[in-house]
Write a protein of this length. Structure first.
Length: 430
């Protein structure tokens, strides 16, 4: 990792530091558009064709059966099942607390307004299974969907070579309470969820990460009025660590590598107020990298990453807000004092004993988070992500009399006579 000094950066160079690595290719828009159109027009037949082409497996029936769930449960080691139970309990506890009571607001005498949440009726969850299955993502998406009250939760995941969904994914789905699981992956799965096929129902909103084809498909169907809404466009993993001489340099190096091993385009950043500490972290990174099974992936990610030395920890927090990381670790003494200063981050980990791994799996917070600087205006997935809000109001005769002068004046100003008359007729009704 290159070490930079804040005081030597121009404004342009500082802005460029906040840009993420571009990766080795752009979104395969043309190919994905062809896939989505084919699925939309030919449904299950197109899914079978692309399954054979991309996954080398022809699936007769896409829906996972009860027997397949039972077989998966037997195949998953008890230690993993217990870990999933603990993680699910913590995730459920945290997300249950997100519900807010309905609050009635009397804006003026006789005028009462309030807002209520309603679940999105049908949602689709996409769970990747490329280099490794992601049962943790089943928990992170499935639990808030259930708590939100969604009537139908549909899950899609790529089939293994034997034609079944990974048993850990099925075990996690069963633990959450999801029984509608389909054996289909890639851009074609996103198209199936967005438009529906003979086997797979159309959903209102699609959740879940994926490769560049999945991301391109999500972007495409989200822009189509006949498609579906999406949660967010997830990019490569990101981590920014704020640390000083009080931190353990080997621990900081381990945290950096924990996210660098995700993807060659991942970016990890250390911001410190100590040049000495920065110099101590580099050899620890090099040593730990040699011991990492995914060392080549992490090495490429480190090539696009950096260490920034600032004049103070306060300036480190300011840079973090500009960068708006997906994950932020504050590894200093009394990190709580910086909480009011933190404005842009997907998920924050305070103190030396809070690795991102905890949030990725089992502390309770959600690991589906904004990337690419989008934490400046958006947050991660929550129960509310699976709901929409509807406003209500009741107005008494007293209330409409109080409102009438304002309503009729504004209606006249905008040249909308019909709006004005809808008020006046009520005033003139005995």
């Amino acid at each position: 990792m290159k070490i930079l000094s804040e005081q030597n950066l121009t404004s342009k160079e500082r802005r460029e530091l906040c840009l993420r690595p571009s990766g080795d290719s752009g979104e395969p828009v043309t190919a994905v558009r062809e896939i989505c159109l084919a699925v939309r027009q030919r449904g299950d037949d197109a899914l079978r064709e692309y399954g054979q082409r991309f996954d080398a497996i022809a699936v007769d029936s896409f829906k996972t059966t009860k027997e397949e769930f039972e077989a998966a449960r037997v195949r998953v080691p008890e230690s993993i099942l217990e870990a999933l139970r603990v993680a699910a309990a913590n995730i459920r506890t945290f997300h249950t607390a997100q519900g807010e009571p309905v609050r009635l607001v009397e804006t003026m005498p006789g005028v009462v307004c309030w807002r209520e949440r309603r679940p999105i009726e049908t949602v689709g969850l996409y769970i990747p299974a490329g280099s490794a299955p992601l049962p943790s993502t089943v928990l992170m998406l499935g639990i808030p969907a259930v708590l939100a009250g969604c009537k139908r939760i549909v899950l899609c995941s790529p089939p293994k070579t034997n034609g079944s969904v990974d048993p850990m994914v099925l075990a996690a789905a069963e633990l959450v309470g999801i029984s509608e699981v389909y054996k289909v992956g890639g851009a074609q799965a996103i198209a199936a969820l967005a438009y529906g096929t003979g086997s797979i129902p159309k959903v209102d909103k699609i959740f879940g990460p994926g490769n560049k084809y999945v991301t391109a498909a999500k972007r495409l169907v989200a822009s189509d009025p006949e498609g579906a809404a999406i949660d967010l466009l997830a990019g490569p993993s990101e981590l920014l660590i704020i640390a000083n001489v009080d931190a353990d340099p080997r621990m900081v190096a381990a945290d950096l590598l924990s996210q660098a091993e995700h993807d060659p385009s991942s970016q990890v950043v250390l911001v410190t107020d100590s040049q000495q500490f920065a110099d101590r972290v580099v050899p620890e990174l090099q040593d730990l990298l040699l011991r990492l099974p995914r060392s080549e992936i992490a090495r490429k990610a480190l090539e696009g990453s950096f260490i920034l030395v600032t004049s103070s920890l306060e300036n480190a927090v300011r840079f973090s807000n500009e960068y708006a990381p997906e994950h932020l670790i504050v590894n200093v003494r009394t990190p709580e004092r910086f909480v009011p200063m933190i404005t842009n981050a997907g998920s924050v980990f305070l103190g030396p004993n809070a690795p991102v791994t905890a949030g990725d799996y089992a502390s309770g917070t959600n690991h589906t988070l904004p990337t690419g600087g989008t934490a400046r205006w958006s947050g991660g997935v929550s129960v509310e992500s699976f709901q929409k809000t509807t406003t209500f109001q009741t107005i008494t005769m007293e209330g409409i009399r109080y409102l009438a002068p304002t309503l009729t004046t504004l209606a006249e100003a905008e040249g909308l006579e019909g709006h004005k008359r809808a008020v006046v007729i009520r005033l003139n009704t005995p």
